[in-house]
Design a protein around this ligand. Structure first.
Ligand code: ADP
Ligand code: MG
Length: 327
């Protein structure tokens, strides 16, 4: 496995406030990595560093094995495609916006490349429109097209779904899911929809308050441990080991087993609830169960059919103590 980025003892501060502290992190080449985390967890800051728009306050970034110094930033910046959280349109048409990068790179035969990305992102209809007059979602697609047309080794997308309507979200999800495999290039995107990140990417990096946490941050509960039990409001989760001062517990949505009866055996946590949502999630099924708190579960279509799950059904959420990640 090759790493496209290697981060060592990376720190980033705004003024005196440290917002990112990553001791060691590798990102895989030719794969899709999702950065997930709540607002303010440091996703955009990390993407800005990976896009070489900023330099770390401390620590080092290696790109393809080369240490990147502050004076190399501009050169490295050209090697990555970056879609900012709030895309900025240049004056002129959509076509002009997409063509500019190719012109700067001195590329010929630009029209077929532009036609291809316009089609891929389903924005051919507005090629001749003034880019600044488009809706937020359309601008986000144009900004993505502007990056894509340059076929960068690394494509960095900061919350690419934020302005899109539901059908565009689904189209972009399908496109991104195939992107790394189809192009052999690296894709790194951020999302605050944790399950979406988890479903789309080969690797997930979860951030909380600027630090990496080794959990998908789905089914995340805040509370305290008393006597081998994690207590969060009315929810009580039985643990195997007492990790002294953890304040958060998270359960991987793939480690949860759904059943019509409470499962005995070695599974120690059982909660009964009602099915409140069933949705398609990139080849799997996302089922939300309201047990007083909502549990998000990812199951296969086969499991959905076997359990004959319908909205409103009463089901049991079951998971082992050692599926609980504490931090
Ligand atoms: P995310 O993208 O996950 O929402 P950000 O990387 O934007 O998180 O922000 C991480 C932290 O850095 C937040 O606490 C945010 O308030 C702070 N921050 C972001 N941009 C700036 C800035 N330009 N100046 C000062 N603080 C900032
Ligand atoms: Mg952000």
């Amino acid at each position: 496995m090759t790493h496209i980025y290697q981060l060592n003892q990376l720190r980033f501060s705004y003024a005196s406030k440290q917002v990112l502290a990553l001791d060691e992190l590798q990102l895989e080449e030719g794969k899709t990595t999702a950065l997930i985390g709540a607002n303010g967890s440091g996703k955009s800051t990390l993407l800005n560093l990976l896009a070489f728009l900023e330099s770390p306050t401390q620590g080092e970034i290696f790109f393809k094995g080369q240490s990147v110094s502050r004076r190399d930033l501009i050169e490295y910046r050209r090697r990555v495609g970056f879609l900012a959280q709030k895309p900025f349109m240049l004056a002129g048409t959509v076509y002009d916006n997409i063509e500019l990068g190719l012109k700067i790179q001195g590329k010929r035969q630009r029209a077929p490349k532009i036609a291809k990305v316009l089609k891929q992102l389903d924005i051919s209809y507005c090629a001749d429109s003034q880019a600044k007059l488009l809706s937020g979602g359309e601008q986000q697609k144009v900004a993505l097209a502007r990056s894509l047309v340059l076929a960068p080794e690394v494509l960095l997308l900061d919350e690419p779904f934020s302005y899109l309507d539901q059908s565009s979200v689904q189209a972009l999800e399908a496109f991104l899911q195939n992107y790394a495999q189809a192009t052999g290039h690296t894709l790194i995107f951020s999302t605050h929809d944790r399950l979406q990140g988890f479903a789309l990417a080969d690797e997930v990096i979860a951030l909380a308050e600027g630090k990496q946490v080794l959990t998908p941050l789905i089914n995340l509960f805040h509370g305290q441990i008393i006597d081998h039990v994690f207590i969060s409001g009315a929810l009580q989760i039985i643990l195997t080991e007492a990790t002294d001062n953890a304040r958060h517990a998270s359960i991987n949505p793939e480690d949860i087993v759904l059943s019509t009866e409470a499962l005995k055996s070695s599974i120690r946590n059982h909660f009964q609830g009602r099915v409140v949502m069933i949705a398609e999630e990139m080849g799997r099924v996302r089922v939300n169960i309201d047990t007083g708190v909502i549990f998000q579960v990812l199951i296969t279509y086969q499991a959905l059919a076997e359990l004959n799950i319908k909205l409103g059904d009463r089901l049991w959420v079951n998971f082992k103590s050692n599926s609980v990640v504490l931090f």
